[in-house]
Design a protein around this ligand. Structure first.
Ligand code: PA5
Length: 328
């Protein structure tokens, strides 16, 4: 599975070569992103980038429901790596019914079929990998459509630069990832991923990676909101073993000081702490670096525990029952 992360640069370059092939120019109020799990988190990344770079507001919906805030005046990305995820398909049906402008992003499946049948713009992504490892392909596919639609927050040139950056930092990312995996395996407690705004999406992505690849539960703590509720929960916790991966953007002094404040609390409770500093010259590079390190660390941790990082048995069990659950 490691090689799927090593080839992230190629995923980006594949999209760069097809940059702008699909565009949906228009006047939209918001951008909706409908998707679940490793696909849905791409919406969180887009929301972060759009918010930092002054793009349109992004509404991410990880649900079978369609938020009423999305209307026929809006652009909606239906994103599902397999193209078959029921919740995403149910939400897409609703978006079709209200007449929103839809773009499908997937590698295959029923959503691709729907796009062909209904003449919906479609961007195909890298085939034959685990959904969560297709993060760059799915993210840059959406960024390319937005750029071609006059709504861009990332240009083709920047995308190409990120591919080169990932190549440059790959060895460092791997070493850092292995250190983190050693740290978590030796601590053997609940993993807390702690960080600061505006990196919420990355912290959630890290959680998902350790859930799915390493098969462990993870708690996410985000400052400064943490200072207004979670912090009190650490005053008198039921005793449990825990360890903390603290994620900092070294270019953000206040953010780093917030995380230092959190670290004091964790250390006071005896939780071991490991710091991950985000590398990169831009928010996008830092996002990709953090995603790469936590992805590789989660795979490494699975190997150390004798587990198959690729297998997600319980998701398959859920998916085998999902039609029955939703009554379709
Ligand atoms: O990473 C994974 O394998 C999962 O989180 C999937 O992304 C999730 O189950 C949704 O499936 P898909 O991405 O095919 O829509």
């Amino acid at each position: 599975m490691e090689e799927l992360y090593f080839s992230w640069k190629d995923q980006i370059m594949d999209i760069v070569r097809r940059w702008g092939e699909v565009g949906v120019p228009g006047k939209y109020h918001v951008i909706g992103v409908l998707g679940m799990g490793g696909s849905g988190v791409v919406g969180d990344y887009l929301a972060m980038l759009s918010s930092l770079r002054g793009g349109l507001p992004v509404i991410v919906s990880k649900s079978h429901l369609l938020p009423r805030t999305i209307s026929s005046d809006d652009l909606v990305f239906a994103i599902s790596y397999s193209g078959n995820t029921l919740e995403t398909r149910l939400a897409v049906d609703k978006a079709l019914r209200i007449g929103a402008r839809i773009v499908v992003v997937s590698s295959d499946g029923l959503l691709e079929k729907l796009a062909v049948e209904k003449n919906i713009p479609f961007v195909g992504v890298v085939k034959g990998v685990a959904p969560r490892t297709a993060l760059p392909s799915m993210l840059f596919a959406i960024l390319s459509v937005l750029d071609a639609s006059g709504l861009g927050v990332v240009s083709r040139g920047e995308a190409e630069g990120v591919a080169g950056f990932l190549d440059d930092v790959m060895r460092d990312a791997m070493n850092t990832a292995y250190d983190i995996a050693d740290f978590i395996e030796s601590s053997r407690g609940l993993l807390i991923i702690a960080g600061h705004s505006p990196w919420e999406a990355l912290l959630i992505r890290g959680k998902n990676e350790f859930n799915e690849n390493s098969k462990i539960p993870v708690k996410v703590d985000v400052a400064p909101e943490w200072m207004h509720n979670d912090i009190v929960g650490y005053e008198k916790p039921y005793r449990f073993p825990a360890c903390v991966l603290a994620v900092k953007d070294p270019g953000d002094d206040a953010g780093s000081r917030l995380v230092d404040f959190m670290i004091d609390t964790y250390k006071g409770l005896g939780y071991p702490v490991k710091v991950l500093e985000l590398r990169g010259a831009s928010d996008l590079e830092k996002l990709m670096y953090g995603s790469l390190v936590m992805g590789l660390a989660s795979v490494r941790l699975a190997r150390m525990r004798g587990l198959d990082p690729l297998a997600t048995e319980s998701i398959h069990r859920y998916k085998s029952m999902v039609n029955e659950i939703f009554g379709v």
